[in-house]
Design a protein around this ligand. Structure first.
Ligand code: NAD
Ligand code: ZN
Ligand code: ZN
Length: 346
């Protein structure tokens, strides 16, 4: 079968032929319909070998949907032919966090050598993939697979981040979204669907700002050294009750800290390596700062329900599997509008 692999540290991903895997006991084999291209893959492919944490080659793709092709011994509750989305942040399934469905925060994954698909385990950007447990599958329930695949990360991650701050996003409040790419353009829609907050989007690219307006941002402004002053002005001086940073670089994290209101939330989602100092007189009174990772199993079900309700929809660019390296290049260059999705069977 064809697979998109990261094979050599520092090199671009390659399309290669590898054997079709088989489902062992307790596992599920999926015939992949679609796989999303995330900026985190580029972050991983930028790491020096000492920081990689798992061996190469790696089949990429941590956003996946497919149909069940075979089930291993002992698998119940799922049938060949079922259309499913893959919950990516695999955990042990039995620790206290996993028991709550928060496998993204599994307490034992590192010790047990458990990695998400596409981020250590063989991923979704292949004609077939093995999912370690039916626990990590959610029925698509009629959703279009190409539209739905980014929901497993570009939907789930902002959903988890935004859900925490909803009590603060009351009428008259403001939410700021920094970076309106794959995650950010879904975040804007989630904020509009789940809260009455005024939404201000920031990006460095005019086309991304146009997309931000199209998907529901009330204001879309250039992200630069003036952004803090502009957000303060737009909010009558008080700042934003919640700031979501989908870049996470030093300048955007500084913007986030400068925009946040008294008792507001700064949520750093992007892996840009920036950090924000918190202290008396440094941040507004009682502002909180957090850096979450992905989301829980039940939250993925909630995101898919929102999509079925028609209140969020992902803008996708489709690529056949041979064009996957081009999709990564375009994401790197900042020219993808919404999310790039690879069709492994085309
Ligand atoms: P993307 O490339 O689709 O979007 C990034 C956007 O940020 C682009 O629109 C780009 O123009 C914009 N941007 C770049 N520099 C900017 C700046 N200085 N100010 C404002 N906007 C700027 O990327 P994505 O796939 O949506 O991922 C976003 C980030 O989130 C990445 O860092 C990714 O690694 C990270 N991520 C984190 C998690 C998590 O669990 N914490 C999960 C998924 C992705
Ligand atoms: Zn991702
Ligand atoms: Zn666990």
């Amino acid at each position: 079968m064809k697979a998109v692999q990261y094979r050599t540290v520092g090199a671009s991903p390659e399309v290669v032929r590898i054997p079709v895997p088989t489902a062992g006991p307790g596992q599920v084999l999926l015939r992949m319909t679609a796989a999303g291209v995330c900026h985190s893959d580029i972050a991983v492919m930028s790491l020096p070998v000492q920081q990689l944490g798992f061996p190469l080659p790696l089949t990429l793709g941590h956003e996946g949907v497919g149909t069940v092709a075979a089930v291993g011994d002992g698998v119940v509750g799922i049938e060949v032919g079922d259309a499913v989305a893959v919950y990516g942040p695999w955990g042990c399934g039995t620790c206290a966090k996993c028991a709550e469905g928060k496998e993204n925060y599994c307490l034992r994954a590192k010790e047990l050598g458990i990695y998400p698909p596409g981020l250590g385990a063989p991923g979704a950007m292949a004609e077939y993939m093995v999912v370690d447990s039916p626990r990590h599958l959610v029925p698509l329930g009629g959703l279009d697979p190409v539209q739905a695949v980014p929901l497993t990360d570009a939907g789930l991650t902002p959903y988890h981040a935004i859900k925490r701050s909803l009590p603060k996003l009351v009428p008259g409040s403001t939410a700021v979204v920094i970076g309106t790419g794959g995650l950010g353009h879904v975040a804007i829609q989630l904020l509009r669907a789940l809260s009455p907050a005024w939404v201000i989007a920031l990006d460095v690219n005019e086309e991304k700002l146009a997309l931000a307006r199209e998907v529901g941002a009330h204001e879309a402004i250039l992200s630069d050294a003036e952004s803090v002053a502009v957000v303060r002005e737009l909010t009558g001086g008080k700042g934003a009750e919640a700031v979501f940073d989908f870049v996470g670089a030093a300048p955007t994290v500084a913007t986030a800290g400068g925009c946040v209101a008294v008792e507001g939330d700064v949520t750093i989602v992007g892996l840009g390596g920036g950090s924000l100092a918190v202290g008396f007189g440094t941040t507004p009174y009682e502002a909180s700062v957090t850096a979450p990772y992905w989301g829980s199993r039940s939250e993925l079900m909630e995101v898919l329900d929102l999509a079925r309700a028609g209140v969020i929809s992902v803008h996708v660019e489709r690529y056949g599997i041979d064009a996957a390296p081009t999709a990564y290049q375009r994401l790197h260059d900042g020219t993808v509008r919404g999310r790039a999705v690879i069709l492994p069977q085309e």
